[in-house]
Design a binder for this molecule. Structure first.
Ligand code: FPP
Length: 291
């Protein structure tokens, strides 16, 4: 009896571990989330590729390659689950400071990604938009992304936004310059500049604000990603390294989002106000006061 138990314990302990943990999550499982608790716009900082590779004694480029595989399925899942917009941080303006070898590997992956995925994305009616300075990309990458945007611009499915050569502060400066230029040309009065006018000059013009921002690898910072658009986003810091991030992780983060209480700086409606369909704070409370 004891010997049997011991042998079963040992065989469980020394069972070869799968290289990738694959978890299948059906659309039905995702549908368990109430539709009104699904985010319209999810943004993801895909962090941890380097550490994933390092843990395996592999070059950092292998981590980025594995991260690209994870990305393929997360895009499919977003489409399957009816997410309206998905924005991913693929390459920041600061990433040029990495080694030449790593930058080349990332640029190579980008080309491979567009060549291999564009047909499927287009068939699924995915609309691709690049957020960032496309003109600052090397020729072949620029051509690939411009073609992808052009080919999918009228698609009405998932809005897939790829932040590439993107910096959040640069995006804000660019918008301020565009508005200043309109004022200089007499097309706009400074007093006409409001939040809508500003948002219309961002790469994300026309997209809803980010509802849920996920960052993987347990790092807890925003790294110059979508500063305007994430003002009221719910933040989920997931400890999974990006290449291991799969549908089950995504679903877990969507569930965490669904459980959040979003108040947008206000407070909950008083029951009587709710019944009458009137918004506002209970007596003596400032509707703007809550974080
Ligand atoms: C951060 O991990 C990840 C990046 C800088 C690149 C993310 C790119 C991809 C997942 C693939 C390329 C995208 C497309 C659209 C093909 P890190 O390298 O900083 O990880 P570390 O913090 O563990 O070092």
């Amino acid at each position: 009896m004891f010997a049997e138990k011991l042998s079963s314990m040992l065989s469980r302990l020394f069972r070869p571990q799968p290289k990738y943990i694959t978890t299948t999550v059906s659309p039905a499982m995702a549908q368990q989330l109430p539709p009104d608790k699904m985010p319209r716009h999810v943004a993801i900082i895909m962090d941890g590729n380097g550490r994933w590779a390092q843990k395996r004694g592999l070059p950092r480029s292998a981590g980025h390659a594995a991260g690209t595989e994870a990305l393929r399925d997360i895009i499919r899942a977003s489409d399957d689950w009816g997410i309206e917009a998905l924005t991913i941080y693929a390459f920041s303006t600061e990433n040029w400071a990495r080694s030449k070898e790593e930058v080349n590997a990332l640029m190579g992956l980008l080309l491979k990604y567009f060549a291999s995925e564009i047909d499927e994305l287009d068939e699924k009616h995915v609309r691709i938009l690049i957020l960032g300075d496309v003109d600052g990309l090397p020729g072949p990458q620029r051509e690939a992304v411009v073609n992808a945007m052009e080919r999918t611009k009228d698609n009405t499915g998932l809005k897939l936004n790829i932040a590439l050569n993107y910096g959040g502060r640069q995006e804000l400066v660019r918008a301020a310059r565009a508005l200043a230029e309109k004022c200089r040309l007499g097309e706009l009065e400074p007093s006409d500049i409001d939040e809508d006018a500003f948002a219309a000059e961002l790469y994300t013009a026309g997209l809803p604000d980010v509802d849920l921002l996920i960052r993987t690898s347990a790092e807890m910072r925003l790294s110059n990603f979508l500063p305007w658009q994430t003002t009221y986003a719910e933040l989920v810091f997931d400890s999974t390294l990006w290449p291991d991030f799969d549908r089950a992780c995504y679903l877990r983060d969507l569930r965490a989002y669904a459980a959040r209480d979003r108040r947008f700086g206000g407070v909950h409606d008083a029951p009587e106000a709710q019944a009458e369909g009137i918004g506002g704070a209970p007596d003596g409370q400032n509707a703007e006061g809550a974080p």
